[in-house]
Design a protein around this ligand. Sequence first.
Ligand SMILES: Nc1ncnc2c1ncn2[C@@H]1O[C@H](COP(=O)(O)OP(=O)(O)OP(=O)(O)O)[C@@H](O)[C@H]1O
Ligand SMILES: CC(=O)C(=O)O
Length: 586
Amino acid sequence: MAAASESVLLRFGNEVAKQPTLFSGPMKSRFLGVPVTSGAISWAGRKRQVDSRLRLAGVRAVAEAARVQSLSGQEPNFGMAIDTVAEEVLRGEGFSGMRKTKLVCTIGPACCSLLELERLAAGGMNVARLNMCHNSRDWHRDVIAKIKKLNEQKGFSVSVMIDTEGSQIHVVDHGAPSSLKAEEGSVWVFTSQKFEGSRPFTVRANFEGFSQGIMVGDELVIDGGMASFVVVEKMGDDLRCKCTDPGLLLPRAKMSFWRNGKLSYHGLPTLSKKDWEDIDFGVSEGIDFIAVSFVSDADSIKQLKNYLSTSSSNRSVKVLAKVETLESLQNLEEIVEASDGIMVARGDLGVEVPIEQIPTVQEEITRICRQLNKPVIIASQLLESMIEYPTPTRAEVADVTEVVRQYADALMLSGESAIGSNGQKAVSVLKMVSSRMELWTREEHQQASALYSYKKLGASLADRIAEAICNSAVEMANNLGVDAIFVYTKHGEMASLLSRNRPNPPIFAFTNDRSVRMGLNLQWGVIPVLVDNLSEDMEANVLKTTQLLKTKGMVKRGCSVLVVSDIFSTSATPNAFQSIKMITIS
Ligand SMILES: Nc1ncnc2c1ncn2[C@@H]1O[C@H](COP(=O)(O)OP(=O)(O)OP(=O)(O)O)[C@@H](O)[C@H]1O
Ligand SMILES: CC(=O)C(=O)O
């Protein structure tokens, strides 16, 4: 078959079967009936198109709302399911229009109706986060059902994440419906006792043993520095504290105790009884991710993964560790290794880590996650002002830009989508800002830095063959200026390894496993595509998928595609075939 002249087939076992390579001579053939010609399209050729797209972009929630309407009533896909938003972008703008950075939105009262959820999905939400701290299980069940309905009926591919409440000492009542000022020198009682109504200068904590081990002279810090107190007296389990640094007490404000500049640990388990019940609930509702709060070491993650893997229906749920404590920073590498991904929970992290250190800590976590090939979400206060205002501050835009420059996999909205009045606009801003930065890094220094970074990344993972193939594939894809990378993958591993190299072109990951598809939704630059069946015959897979994409108007003449596969042959030879192939669609 002529197409073989365009492939590098790599067989790992006793021998390496060398085929005529990609670079040997003119390429013009038919690939199992699909006309295939040679010739890569340069990146620069698409610049004008993308530029005009970005010029047209903006804060346009109204336009998104109109798009929701037009997406309604679309015919279901047969044979292949690709997210309806990705499909639209492909038809309209081609491969270069695909956004790489993923978007996570926290769902709350402001966006829990079917229409609001549909607008967020149409706007580009890849993962919906449900924080189990808030609201009832019935409320969460209803939201999950709505998201699943939208996926099924409107062709979206939005994954669902639950976020455990975890064990943390916080305020449950401070005697006011909203914030209350603590003046310097004022004396307050902190208690866990329940009482009717509210008492002046009395704050109720959520946890009975909150004062265990606390001594007179210890410092009580509210919300990482919003206000500070010194413990002046212990009265049974209650603490009498004097305000040393005036500030605001907010509902659910976090409380941390310090002695001689060191944090006192409360010793509560990472996963409480309620968390385990929420996990069982989430799994039974078919969620895709569990984000575990207040992880201190790898043990709780291992315990949860073990629990999920021993229960037959739960194998596919991915476990993310939230990095939000000093302890988690001390055990960072083992936590990243043990988990399926990380959330940098900057809100709570800022309670234990001085805020001026958060930017460097964030960059380091992002680097380690990429090194160890785990997706990383950057969360909290990305566009905080948009909870109230329709436009972001310049500083917020700079923060989001920096996250994208650091190549984090995903950006997360919290209150902006959950309780804010501008949730869709906030999604549009994230989309616009990330598209701009992605374009800039590609244009200005991607070639050099990608080459540099993949060499730095190299040889650090367990499957060094797959890692080497993906590193090389991305180098080829960037050097040849291909329009897309197609990867055929049963478990998502190769898609993830390709993503780790942050290639210029988007990665289309074809899989026949629904949970792999939903799990890849967090991975930078990966567009997961569910196909009916992946055969061991790679040429048949390529033919089937490219034909379907062509029929649906999603690929155009002249598109050059680098094809990578990790489909293992079970017959004839025990050796695995992993391949890189170049095709051009005509
Ligand atoms: N399901 C919900 N129901 C009601 N309010 C919610 C819900 N989810 C979020 N919120 C509101 O949105 C705000 C932001 O939510 P988010 O979960 O991101 O932050 P959080 O409450 O500080 O918790 P965490 O520290 O775990 O992130 C919350 O303070 C809460 O007021
Ligand atoms: C997201 C979260 O839990 C935090 O930032 O604390």
